[in-house]
Design a protein around this ligand. Sequence first.
Ligand SMILES: *[C@@H]1O[C@H](CO)[C@@H](O)[C@H](O)[C@H]1NC(C)=O
Ligand SMILES: [Zn+2]
Length: 467
Amino acid sequence: MDLLHWKLFPLLALLASFLFFFYIQDSSKSSQSGCSLFPHSHYWIASKRIVTPQGIISGAVEIKGGSIVSIVKNKDWSGKFKQVVDYGNAVVMPGLIDVHAHLDDPGRAEWEGFPSGTKAAAAGGITTLIDMPLNNFPSTVSTETLKLKIEAAEKSIYVDVGFWGGLVPENAFNATALEALLDAGVHGLKSFMCPSGINDFPMTDARHIKAGLSVLAKYKRPLLVHSEIQSVVESHLETEDGGGDPRSYSTYLKTRPPSWEEAAVRELLTVTKDTRSGGPAEGAHLHVVHLSDASSSLDLIKEAKRRGDSITVETCPHYLAFSAEEIPDGDTRFKCAPPIRDAANKEKLWNALMEGDIDMLSSDHSPTVPELKLLNDGNFLKAWGGISSIQFVLPVTWSYGQKYGITLEQLVSWWSERPAKLAGQHSKVKFLKLSFYICISINPPSPFSGALRMNNLEMTTTLFREP
Ligand SMILES: *[C@@H]1O[C@H](CO)[C@@H](O)[C@H](O)[C@H]1NC(C)=O
Ligand SMILES: [Zn+2]
């Protein structure tokens, strides 16, 4: 069970984050705007370590009317201001942007709802999340179903929320339907190259993806793809007992080999060439979600980048923290797809992240009800696949990254800057360049983002200290 402590590092810092979070909750009740740390319209957050594009500085972030208006260095401000909250040596950095979270309302709010999911995000330092179009019912694949999503979210959210729309066979060849969905404000589309496990979210193939990219090109938005292709030979293992003890993680691991990921990436690259400069889908972008295979699949992606395809790739903290060898028999909490692979693969993932071959991180937060995890049976083949993690991604990345010497600047790049660009948070990206701290009250890029806002202060104090 030691594994599941996630090395929550350090405990004090996590506590601080909770305190900070509940302070936001409380103070927002008393403040007039409902969106400020304090009942003041003008104040400073001071720290000896503020992460900026120009490096880490000692100083203060000035907030006025709910927006970040400046960052001042220590020598310029000390002693001058009254409304200062001093975080001392604690790190102040941009809020995390999680581009891959499954909040399952409407339809399966008991798996994860907007209030619980976004509170967990806030507690973990995430200030924006982009919700996946499936696991809710109905899936978010049309303007009508997007409307249901927005209605569910508007009830109660505690961080900024945006949405991906689904690219499915039903809408893939219908440009009118896809354009309507994009016009309604989804940040891009998501599709699966293998069965998603959700009946009303069927899988797509390269033809659907090619058609989707041609529409996305006009909007300069990305397509996110779950990149695994089921091979017929291996897939029967999942349904037959012949594959071994279903309580043993290695049995599950064999049912989804790296060759599935490789086959999917190989097929994707036949269409991503359209995204090259001068190509028929120039402007569109393809993003491989939750890469687990750090070998052939990653090599293919690197090659495509070199050729000029517009392609990026993410991985998730659970692939960086755990390895197959360590997963106890019957502990289906570790089941996800693609699966967590062996320790050697984990090392390769870290190296790829450090080298810049993996562009960014996301949670792939995907909870369900405990009964569907079959915790008593411990049957890896039958349990729901999905890991619940949104609250822990920052401490997990930081803690497990110590061994590789990760820096705060890298954290910001993997968790804020690049995800902001992927999700088309242009105002944030622009602001990132100016000051790195973000005020999302400037030109919300999608029509509904204005309504779905907890506070218009896009930053978080974090949450951890150096060891
Ligand atoms: C395409 O989508 C639109 C909007 O959802 C719908 O009205 C139309 O019937 C669809 N066309 C086809 C050929 O399915
Ligand atoms: Zn997912």
